[in-house]
Design a binder for this molecule. Structure first.
Ligand SMILES: [Zn+2]
Ligand SMILES: [Zn+2]
Length: 422
C-alpha cells in the first residue's frame, strides 16, 4: 500500500461523519461558552471520545479534555482544538446564530458568540478523532486529542500544561493545530518559522498633580505627559528596532481628566505590542518601560508610574522540519488548494503546548469564506467591507467545505507521522 492509499482509505469514510459533524457544529455555534466556562462543550467532547474508545481525561487545566488512543508502536501525534467563544453579540443572521448571554470574569452580563470559529475547530478534531478510531488498521502509534479552554485569554494552553498534561499522555513526537481564517473555503496555508506574532498588553498609569485649569503652574499635567509618552513610543519601532525585523507598538487607549478647566492628577495608557522575535520583543518592552519612567522624571512626577503587564502571548513559531513534513503531505493531498502564506500579526497560545512537551509544533490556517463571495470581494477591491474577519460580530465560517477541509487536514497531517511502513 502506498502512503497515500492509507490516507485515502481513511478519508473515503468522511461521508460517515459529515452528517453528525454538521449538526454538532450548528449546535456548538448556537451554544457558545466564554473562556474557562466551556463545560457543555467539554461534556460533549468527553462523551464522544469515550464512545470511540479513547482514554479520556477531563477537567485538565479547568475545562480542558484530553483523549488518548494508543494503537501499537509508532509516533505520538498531538492534535489540538480550542473551545472558547467571545463576549461578542452575534450579527450573522444565521438560523443557528447564538442568542447566548453569560457572566464574564468581571461579573458583567455579556453576549457570547463563536466569533473566532473555535466551534469549527472542535468539530473538525472530533471528526478526525472518529475517523482515526474507525481505521486503526491503517495506522500505528498514538493520537492525543487536546480540547483546550481559554485560548482567547492566552492562558488555556498553559493551564493544561501546569495541570500535568505531560503526565497524562505518551511522549509527543509532534503537536499540530489549525485555525479558520477569512480566506476562501477549501484553501489551506502554512509556513515555516513565525506564523503568528507574540502579543503583550501593558496598562501604564502615570501620576501628575491636579490643579485648576487656569493655574497650570501648580500642576504636573498628566495629559501633556501622556501625549509626550505616546509620541516618544513611536520612536521605538522607527529608531530602536532593526529595520529587517517586525514590531507593532499601538497605544489603543488613553484616559485622563474630566473637564476643560480641571487638570487631572493621573493618566492611563493601554499599549499593545506585537513581535515575531523574542529579542525584538525584549527590546520593545524594555524601551517602553524606559521611556515611560524617563518621561515621568522629565515632568517631575510626584511618584513612579505603575506598569502592569496584563496579557501575554508568545509568538507561534512553526518548526522547520515538522512544517516541511506537513507541507509535503498537504501538497500531495490538497494540490494547489495548499499554499505557503505570510505571517499573520494575530496571536495564539498553542505554542505553549509543544514548548512545554519539548516537541516540534506546526500550525496552519484553513479558509472559511464562501469561495465565490471571497473572489468577488477580492476582484472588486472590497475585502475590508465585504469579508468579515475573526472576532467581528458577523464572522461565521461557511459550514462546507470548511468542516470537510479542516477534518481532512488534521487526518492528512497526523498520518504524515502515523502511517505504518507497509
Ligand atoms: Zn480569537
Ligand atoms: Zn481563535
Amino acid at each position: 500500500m502506498t502512503p497515500c492509499a492509507h490516507t485515502a482509505a481513511i478519508l473515503e469514510d468522511l461521508p460517515t461523519v459529515r452528517g453528525w459533524q454538521e449538526d454538532l457544529y450548528r449546535d456548538l455555534h448556537e451554544h457558545p461558552e466564554l473562556s474557562n466556562q466551556e463545560r457543555r462543550t467539554a461534556a460533549i467532547v468527553t462523551e464522544r471520545l469515550r464512545d470511540w474508545g479513547y482514554e479520556v481525561h477531563s477537567a485538565v487545566g479547568g475545562t480542558g479534555v484530553v483523549g488518548v488512543l494508543r494503537n501499537g508502536d509508532g509516533p505520538t501525534v498531538l492534535l489540538r482544538a480550542d473551545m472558547d467563544a467571545l463576549p461578542v453579540k452575534e450579527a450573522t443572521g444565521l438560523p443557528y446564530a447564538s442568542k447566548a448571554r453569560s457572566t464574564d470574569d468581571a461579573g458583567n452580563e455579556v453576549p457570547v458568540a463563536h466569533a473566532c470559529g473555535h466551534d469549527a475547530h472542535v468539530t473538525c478534531l472530533l471528526g478526525a478523532a472518529a475517523l482515526l478510531a474507525q481505521h486503526t488498521g491503517q495506522w500505528a502509534g498514538a493520537i492525543v486529542a487536546v480540547f483546550q479552554p481559554a485560548e482567547e485569554l492566552g492562558r488555556g494552553a498553559a493551564q493544561m500544561v501546569e495541570d500535568g498534561l505531560a503526565q497524562l499522555i505518551p511522549p509527543v513526537d509532534v503537536a499540530l493545530a489549525q485555525h479558520v481564517g477569512p480566506g476562501p473555503a477549501g484553501f489551506v496555508g502554512t509556513r515555516s518559522g513565525p506564523i503568528l506574532a507574540s502579543a503583550d498588553s501593558l496598562r501604564v498609569t502615570v501620576y501628575g498633580r491636579g490643579s485648576h485649569g487656569s493655574m497650570p503652574q501648580h500642576s504636573i499635567d498628566p495629559v501633556v505627559l501622556a501625549a509626550m509618552i505616546v509620541l516618544r513610543l513611536q520612536t521605538i519601532v522607527s529608531r530602536e528596532v532593526d529595520p529587517t525585523q517586525t514590531a507593532v507598538v499601538t497605544v489603543g487607549s488613553v484616559r485622563a481628566g474630566s473637564k476643560s478647566n480641571v487638570i487631572g492628577d493621573h493618566a492611563v495608557l493601554e499599549i499593545n505590542v506585537r513581535t515575531y522575535d523574542d529579542a525584538v520583543r525584549k527590546t520593545v518592552l524594555a524601551a517602553i518601560r524606559r521611556i515611560v519612567v524617563a518621561e515621568c522624571q522629565a515632568s517631575g512626577c510626584p511618584r513612579d508610574p505603575d506598569i502592569e503587564h496584563y496579557d501575554e502571548f508568545s509568538a507561534t513559531i512553526n518548526d522547520d522540519t515538522s512544517t516541511g513534513r506537513v507541507a509535503e503531505a498537504f501538497t500531495e493531498y490538497f494540490g494547489n488548494q495548499f499554499a505557503e502564506i505570510p505571517p499573520v500579526t494575530a496571536s495564539e497560545d498553542f505554542g505553549d503546548i509543544p514548548a512545554a512537551l519539548g516537541a516540534p509544533g506546526t500550525y496552519w490556517f484553513i479558509g472559511c469564506v464562501d469561495a465565490e463571495q471571497f473572489w468577488r470581494a477580492f476582484a472588486a477591491g472590497r475585502m475590508s467591507e465585504d469579508i468579515p474577519v475573526n472576532h467581528a460580530p458577523n464572522f461565521a465560517p461557511v459550514v462546507q467545505p470548511t468542516l470537510d477541509i479542516g477534518t481532512q487536514a488534521l487526518v492528512v497531517a497526523a498520518l504524515a507521522w502515523l502511517r505504518p511502513a507497509s
